[in-house]
Design a protein around this ligand. Structure first.
Ligand SMILES: [Fe+2]
Length: 171
């Protein structure tokens, strides 16, 4: 199967997967993408924003011993290259970092994110990733993620996402 068809299938598999309370994982993904576009993100950052939680897809999460962010990084690196994978794979560490360094950040988190922060290890200012050149974009992605949990909010269409995917895959 080609990478675009596979991406379409994985996106469709997120319909009806509930991690957050207010939106399912497909709406969450499409809203995160719209936030990225509105912020002027480049194609890879938009795609990583949409697909950061593919680790919750039943088609991707095959190994329960791996965190959903690591599953996403692996799948996205294979399909769309190292930067898309790395950006998505950083979204838990970005939350931990922001929780430790931005006093106002915790108030922006959903109840689900606050709960998962605890078992993910809590707020941590230091990470092996913070010195990386892509880290600022990982923090941008995390802000889109946190904002993409509102029923009826602006969202990309699946076709729009696949256009981004085509552009990134053709590089
Ligand atoms: Fe998310």
């Amino acid at each position: 199967m080609d990478v675009i068809d596979e991406t379409a299938e994985v996106l469709a598999s997120l319909r009806g997967v509930w991690d957050e309370v207010e939106v399912d994982e497909l709406d969450h993904a499409l809203q995160a993408g719209a936030r990225a576009v509105a912020d002027g993100a480049d194609d890879e950052l938009v795609l990583a924003s949409v697909l950061h939680d593919v680790g919750h897809s039943p088609l991707v999460a095959v190994d329960a011993s791996v965190g959903h962010e690591a599953a996403a990084q692996q799948w996205l690196t294979t399909h769309f290259g190292a930067r898309v994978g790395w950006l998505a794979g950083s979204h838990v560490e970005a939350k931990q970092y922001l929780a430790a360094t931005d006093p106002d950040y915790a108030a922006t988190l959903s109840p689900t994110s606050i709960r998962s922060l605890a078992y993910q290890g809590g707020a941590i200012a230091g990470s092996s990733r913070v010195d990386h050149a892509w880290w600022p974009d990982a923090l941008r992605l995390r802000r889109y993620d946190d904002a993409a949990k509102v029923p009826g909010a602006q969202a990309l269409s699946i076709d729009q996402v696949l256009e981004f995917a085509r552009r990134v895959a053709s590089r």
